[in-house]
Ligand binder design. Sequence first.
Ligand code: DGJ
Length: 740
Amino acid sequence: MISFENQRFHLRNKFFSYVIEISRGKYLLHRYWGRTLKEFRDSAPLQKIDRGFSGQLADFENERTFSLDVVPQEYPVQGHTDFRIPAYKVELENGTNISELNFSSYKIIDGKPALKGLPASFGGGQTLEIELVDACKNFTVYLSYTIFEDSQVLARSAKFVNSGNKKIKIQNAASAAIDFADNNFDIINLYGGHAAERTIQRHKVQRGIFEISSTRGASSHQQSPFIALARPDATEFTGEVYAAGLIYSGSFSAKVEAEQFGTTRLVIGLNPDVFSWTLEPNEEFQTPEVALNFSADGLNGMSQGYHQFYREHLLRGKFKDKVRPILVNNWEATYFDFNEEKIISLADCAKDLGLELLVLDDGWFGKRNDDNSSLGDWFVNTEKLPHGLKGLADEVHKRGLKFGIWVEPEMTNVESELYRAHPDWILHVPNYKPSYGRHQLILDLSRADVREYILDAMRKVFSSAPIDYVKWDMNRHMTESFSAKLPADRQLETQHRYMLGLYEIMEKLTAEFPDILFESCSGGGGRFDAGILYYMPQTWTSDNTDAVCRLSIQAGTGLAFPIISQGAHVSVTPNHQVGRVTPLQMRTLVAMAVTFGYELDITKMSDVDKSEVKTYVELYKELRPTIQLGKFTRLLTADKDGNEYAWQFADDKKVIVMYFKVLSKPAEPVRILKLAGLDADKLYTMKKYLPPKKLGVDGGPQKISFDEKSFYGDELMYSGIAVEKIETDFAAYMWVFEVE
Ligand code: DGJ
């Protein structure tokens, strides 16, 4: 898959080609990324143009058509004739951060070396490692590129080694930089806030620099560490899209610069605003990995590429490709106000409804009856649970359900035994008062003693009872990122050291408890990123459980992350976050479109609703292999106007289509949905059809049958299916076809 000829590296599989050139024996230039090429012979050579105010390097003073400012590069530095945004900055002993990286050597390795201490892709492939040495031999950079036979994603990262004899300080170290020859792109990114994560934004590249970033010590609700450059004509099904997804869970930055000569540079990696790293001689620093994804088949092609890559090359553990249990979580059912009896009553009801896992959320430990206290005191509150976690877990198991619990190990409260014993364990700046978020303080995970405490506390909890599932939460962002253990000149290492500490804890616990299904959470989807998915194969997508809001949140999340990695729950109406009343069918189908569960007091549901729930639960069990592990396609443009969504899930047995329409409108054309990716010659038999019920009509359990009808794939793709018009808001439909 990787060849080296005529001073060019050509990385190629059936999905894409990526070409790097060594120019003038030392400069590493980016020459091509896109559809697979048989060979790269340079049909479009770099043009020699004398560009005013683009300076010449000393060795080429008289060659006015050559400047680093005008050539496409692989890992550029600023201040050395290139004035665009740099991929890195290293401060040398004399205070400068100007350097010059020259090609030195390369290696092609079979497989994918692990990245020390960091989440990263794995599983076959071939890796190109290029060694670049600073012209004054102060340091060396290794650029790493892994290509996999079965994936359209290229994995890139960089490693810095202090190969000189003086201390150096890395001020900025991107995972990748890519130069594009033009600026005819739309930027697609995912923005949001708490309970409003990953809204899709698409806008034209404009001259200047556009940045998405987080300084919050978490990938964040506000911006997702994902960015795409799509050709303006790219649709869900056609056109070229170049995307970058960072495999990291902390502060990050992704910048797009459209510069003076009409080219575009994309740089993605750690956020230099809250990062630096000192390297003593012989020490090394590894950047996080970035998943670069090229799709010639539009945005669906991009999403499918990420879904496949993360599922095959990033998710780990026994649950990675197992269908996930249907759960009931007590959070919105009881909040902190529960006891053993109440939880057992939920378990009884869950059993009756056919649910499979009961999750005990926040409030089971210490004196935690509200969110003011007890984080860090990981011992059971026997007033609420007199028989402990074990007693409760046994009762839940007796009913044939699995048992899960909530933890938030990275935090403490002033009102806790932990804080009273170790007030110095939190992130804080000496002499300044620490800031709070939800009354919480953040434990300094860059410290080994703090990590040991957390590991020990979690080991005790996880082995105190038969626990099948853990929800790992994190409910505030980082302020006062200062560690009492680090010297003054290393304080900007705190956030990244925290992340390395977190990854170390997650690595150990997930390895020691392989039978626990871990779900990550950060006030919903505040840390929904590929980094965490390496340790925990699913994430609670959002604290917003309203079905209408969830359409947009799940559409945005699905753009960059697999369906099986997203959790969604049916909750009560009026909804607790936005007060909206939506029919049970819409709430259910929206949640069924990913990894499914319930989060309401199921014991209080009417008998009619309960019997409807039983029907849905049974149906989801039958459909979930296709939904969670099949191929996902958006049949309508994701989130175009927020009123209509159509999602298809397919494998070799079934094709499932869901269609949602938020508000009913008059005088609209009949909506035809054209299915995608079917076999034109195969027959597909419509087995089930769920039209929506009119709002407020309590019609009893939905009748989910249909006169079986078979259609060839070509008809379903090219003529499509018509959506029966039913005058109601919040309409949710589902069709299930079986493949013959
Ligand atoms: C935030 C989570 O996203 C919720 O689901 C719930 O677990 C609360 N924390 C509990 O404090």
